[in-house]
Unconditional design. Structure first.
Length: 214
């Protein structure tokens, strides 16, 4: 059976409870790894603590576990809502399962089952700290979604402070040791405005102007 890779913003102290729930929804012979990590920039509601999962399970088993654990027990958000970032999510397409398994164990703070120690050690040896580009962009979008970017002056009270968005992208990138270009900042700003800005339909003329003249 193939692995499913997903994450949740749950505090590490809940690991035993999460593990018990997970095992109710997978086959007894299924292999899994749960990694407990702490982010310096994301998941502020859990002080950066979150979990990554690599689990042999099918879609039906994942949906049942997600519904019970993430939705009902921990009341997590599956998407950004009202400026709050998502708290769980699944990787939709995995091109290299081995690399994702290695990535899952990279911090070495893990629990696992039905995998021999030698294999785990091999994953750790191959592990890497590089975050997938798609995950990096999503983390940045979640960060931007947690903030408000509106002019606070009488004549432009509802207008988007687009320069503040661009500045926040630069600050976030520098804090994460990433050098960025003008074109990157413009691209990320455009993506945020079109896909992640709250009430973006209300500001469609401003968004169109930004796209047109930048």
């Amino acid at each position: 059976m193939e692995y499913k890779f997903f994450m949740s913003a749950i505090e590490h102290k809940e690991i035993e409870k999460v593990q018990i729930m997970l095992e109710k929804y997978i086959d007894a012979s299924a292999s899994y790894i749960i990694s407990m990590e702490t982010s310096k920039t994301a998941h502020k509601e859990t002080k950066g603590q979150h979990m990554h999962y690599a689990v042999q399970m099918d879609d039906k088993q994942y949906d049942a576990f997600r519904h019970t654990c993430f939705n009902n027990t921990y009341k997590l958000r599956g998407r950004a809502v009202d400026g709050q970032p998502r708290q769980y999510g699944k990787i939709k397409q995995v091109r290299d399962e081995s690399k994702f398994l290695s990535y899952t164990v990279k911090d070495k703070n893990i629990i696992y089952k039905n995998i021999d120690l030698k294999t785990i050690q091999e994953y750790i040896c191959k592990s890497y700290e590089r975050v997938d580009k798609k995950d990096t962009v999503q983390a940045l979008m979640d960060h931007l979604s947690s903030k408000a970017f509106y002019r606070d002056i009488e004549t432009m009270q509802d207008n988007i402070a687009i320069d503040h968005i661009e500045l926040e992208i630069l600050k976030y990138s520098m804090q994460n040791n990433k050098a960025v270009t003008k074109s990157y900042i413009k691209h990320i700003t455009s993506t945020f405005l079109q896909l992640h800005l709250k009430d973006r339909e209300k500001h469609i003329k401003e968004i169109f102007a930004y796209i047109r003249y930048n």
